[in-house]
Each structure stands twice: as C-alpha cells, then as structure tokens.
Design a protein. Sequence first.
Length: 476
Amino acid sequence: MAEVKEFTLPDLGEGLTEAEVVRWLVEVGEVVAVDQPVVEVETAKAMVEVPCPYGGVVTARYGAEGEELAVGAPLLTVAVGADASAPAAAEGSGSGGADGVAAEADGADAAEDGGAGETSGAVLVGYGTGAPPARRRRVRPTPVPAAAAGQVNGVASGYGRHAVTPEVPVRAEAAEPAPGPVPVISPLVRRLARQNGVELRTLTGSGPDGLILRADVERAIGAAGAPAAAEPSAAAASAPAADAGEVRIPLRGLRGVVADKMSRSRREIPEATCWVDVDATELLAARRAMNAAGGPDAPKISLLALLARICTAALARYPELNARVDTEAREIVRLERVHVGFAAQTDRGLVVPVVRDAHARSAESLSEELGRLTGAARDGSLTPGELTGSTFTLNNYGVFGVDGSTPIINHPEAAMLGVGRIVPKPWVYEGELAVRQVTQLSLTFDHRVCDGGVAGGFLRYVADCVEQPAVLLRGV
C-alpha cells in the first residue's frame, strides 16, 4: 500500500519565517526522486530551490505561484510506495489544472503515520536534515445517510488550497453543526465565512472529498440573501477609503525585510553624518596603472575594490567603527574580522552582499569577489550566507548620478561610507585652479560607539588615501 507523506516548507535559516512560491518544478501526478528540487521559492534574502526528502508520486501541491507560505506550512504531499503511481496519476490527470490539488492515492487511506519511506540527505543553505516532518493523521470520510443531507462530509486526506471547483449545489440552510474537524484548509475561506457569519460546519463542500471552497461560502452568502456580503466588515469599515488611482504594493519578501531593517536602524541607532569633498584624480590614475600593469588578459581592478581596500585600512586604524552595540548587555562589541558589505540595486530591490575577511584580501582579490557577488545579486542566486554578517558597509550611490547622501546604517553595524559620483570640477591643486575629478564621501556612524573625533579621523584618512593612494603604502 502507498503511504502519503506531507512535505512542509523547511526552515531556510537566518531567521526567515516565510517564502514566496516563484515556480513549481513538478506537476501533480509526477514521479519525483529523493532530493529532487520540487519548487523554487523566494525568501527575503535569496532564491532557493527546495528539494523534496521523499521519493514517490506527487498527489497534491499547496500554494499557487506568487503565494506566500509560512515556514512549516504544507508544500506538497507525496505517495510513497510501489503501487502509488497508478492511482495518483489517474487522480492528477482529472484535476483540471496544474495548480489544482488532486486527491491522494486510493490506497493511501490505509497508511499510518509511522510508515517506512525514503528520506532525504539534502541540506539547504541555513538548515540541516533532521527528523522527517510530522504528517497529519488523516481521518476517513464518515458515510452520510440520505436523511442527513445537510450535514458535512467527513474530512479526507486529499484537500488543498487550490482545488478545482465543480458545479455542485451547496446547502446553505442552517443545520446542527457536526462534531469533528471542519473540511477547509484555506485561511481566506475561513476569514470570508467569519466576516459574513457563515457557519462552515453547515456547508457541504464541493471540493475533493468534501473540501469547502471559497465558491461554497460565496454561494451560501448568496442563498441567505447576501445581507452580510453587502455590508463591509469591521476591518474594512475602519480602513480609509481607497482612491480610484491608488496602487498598493505589499511590504513583503525582500522589500518588507529592507523596510523593517531600515526602520529598526532609524529607531535604535543615534546616528550622525559627516562628509568631505575629495580629489579622486590620483586614485583613478593609480587604477589605470594597476590595470595596465596586469596586461590585457588580467582581471581588472574595480574602483569599488580600491575603496573597499582603503576602508579596511582605515578600520585597522579606527577599530571603534568595526563594531556593534549589544543593547541588552549595554556593551560595545568590537570585531576583529572585517566583513565588508556593499549596497547593490537589483530587480528584486536593494541587497547587501558581503565580502568576508576583506581585511585579508588584496585589491585584486577584492575586485574578483565583488564582481562575483554582483553577478549573483543580479541573477538572484545569492545565498542567505552571502547576505548576512557584514561589519561595515560601502554604499556607492554615485552610480545613480548623485553627489551626496546621508546613508542609513545597515543594522547592527556601526558605520557606513557613502561615495558620490566622480565628476570634473574646478579645484585648487598645488596652488592653482585646475579641473580635477572630484567626489564627495559621507560617513554615517553610530554615535554610541565613538565621538566625532574618531569618525572625523576615519573619514579624513579615507579621503587622504583617495587623494594620494601612496598613503596606503605606509601600512603595507
């Protein structure tokens, strides 16, 4: 006999509690192998292909593409066993759509929770293989006598969130609520029923095995004359009236995490900003010389890599800024290793990839790692581990054509250096007016970790290295 196992959205690590279904990689009725990727999800930090720890036939999928699921919510069910493929495939072919939920294999109702099956050895980024996820014990449907047509059917194992709705009439008359679980899984259906005063236990669901669908609740509302449907709910009444031209964008996923983190930074960190205009002509000349010395086939050193190298040298002189504040212990925690984050704008929003142990890297190594992480950020393949753990952030907003800014500190760091665009400007050079390549540097720092003297010293050292790159040689 086949045993149906439920695979839930695993803990993807780094404190993530939800993920959005981007693309299903398997269909209902398809045979999957152990550790085969079955769905691509987008967390607040990365795109992840989730492998299934079971081998067998997919009998149900939970969540449509674009829907957000919480960690621990069902992803899919798999019929594990030698005879699982035939009935599951038959059910899947009659479901009516790729996103529909097929009923589980006929023989699966006899399976118990402790059945044997293949389990995964895969490890996703941020979590390890543990015990198999707990599976709900399914309740067999209870036969309904003809005289009790108004009562609800028993709960079966094959219902899901997006089942196809056959045109089956539903009784909406009030009846004595039946004991036991209500055959509904969608929280949207429950909320719709609650807002309109519909008792779910009095409905006969039109979904697979008696599953109550949204259409069933809507028909019950219509059969009752729809007085409640015409009246706004308490939540809707308290909400402001929407303008006809309004567009609402949910703060969820990456955008939601960025919003929360920036709000927390502004709320918790007493930040201050200082800035200085610098002549970057010599730095640009040094970069050209480095790239020319490497030959035409050698990897090029980027300007961002040189700025990152300057920052690591400055942090060695002013370690107060490579720190964080432990608010609970009321302590400043200084960090020995420097992990430089850099702000990168992508189609998904703002991300901050992290170059680990930047203090131990050369300009060439920094350039190579910055290029790799930038490419991964653009194609959405950064792992959660590559997006966390920075101790200092470099923000090159000059690529947007702006001169200055007051960056928001990347919580829980203590400082961020912003770099504006480099443009030719009139500048007094060696006592004479000349056209030089000028940029503005701005340092936002946590005033709890240091005073203005330390922040000013750090910024001045960075500026001196930009204007005269040979200053770096003193520390080599």
